[in-house]
Write a protein that binds this ligand. Sequence first.
Ligand code: NAP
Length: 321
Amino acid sequence: MDNIHITFDCDSHARIFIQVLLSHAFRPDPSSALVEEGARVSLSMSSARAVACAVVTGSNTGIGLEIARGLSRTLPTVVTSRSLEKGKAAVEILKKSEPELDLHLIQLDIDDGTSVEAFCKTVDEKFPGGVSILVNNAAIAFKARDPTPFEGQTEPTLRTNVYSTLRFTEAILPRMKRASSGRRIVFLASQAGTHALSGCSSDLQKRWTDPSLGIDGITSLLQEFQDGVSSGQYREKGWPSSNYGVSKLAVIAAARAYSKRLAEDGIIVASVCPGYCKTNMSSHRGNRDAAKGAETPIWLATASGNSITSGGFYHDQQQLM
Ligand SMILES: NC(=O)c1ccc[n+]([C@@H]2O[C@H](COP(=O)([O-])OP(=O)(O)OC[C@H]3O[C@@H](n4cnc5c(N)ncnc54)[C@H](OP(=O)(O)O)[C@@H]3O)[C@@H](O)[C@H]2O)c1
């Protein structure tokens, strides 16, 4: 580790300098020495202590908010919200019950390139140590009663749940490579994805589970599904009748593809089904609350690397695929 030794002639300059460092999440090593000698103040600190953060997409509500709550007990965690108002209200509620939570709110709509760019810029300014944990939680699901026809739901579902999620992951990756340790990517998937796989023809099943399937291959498979939906022939071509299921099948496959690609960088990647949770997405039906649904995503993000198979799909701390 490089050591920086800075001497100030003026006490107030030293104090301002320290405040600026702390506000940029550049935290002194616990062994740092702050020595006052009259008007002379010396600060000794390790330059390798720039703090990295965790980022949870779609964390103003539901499972994402509970994941952010859990992670922020031990590391700075960025709560992201499409609406700053909703995000502020969510953070306030969490802070009221646990004031020590290390939460930072930044606006993010993963479907909006300008929002993603602004988000990355703010993260770079606030967290020069990069991003150590990325939880891709944001997703949509059309309600059963939604009048939009099946073919009208395909593009928006794949856009947010897969394409925007993958683009956001690519935007964050250089910031993860900057973080020094404990690097994880967790994708919120669903057992709707494994059900979709069972509903695929045997040829499609082989292609989805091919260990060499990469992100390009996943994109091609999704394009085939979309083409089948547009032509009205997706069933004949071996696809199941679930846009959400196919989107989550792609997320499970993407976690596996990233685990291979990022193995050399020491980044562990996993996907997870949180179970049927009472949230906005499920119209508050379900057999567990969002906090229970957040347990395995938090475990995947923080447990020792030895207990997790990179590329695996998990539910309740058990590997399903
Ligand atoms: N709930 C379940 O039973 C269940 C089961 C299996 C898997 N899952 C998965 O678990 C994850 C969380 O689900 P949940 O039940 O907590 O859902 P939720 O309550 O509907 O929350 C979804 C979050 O994603 C955000 N979001 C949606 N589109 C976005 C976009 N384009 N950019 C940024 N954020 C966006 C939402 O923001 P707004 O508040 O602005 O809409 C919200 O914060 C999802 O990936 C879901 O598929 C849930």
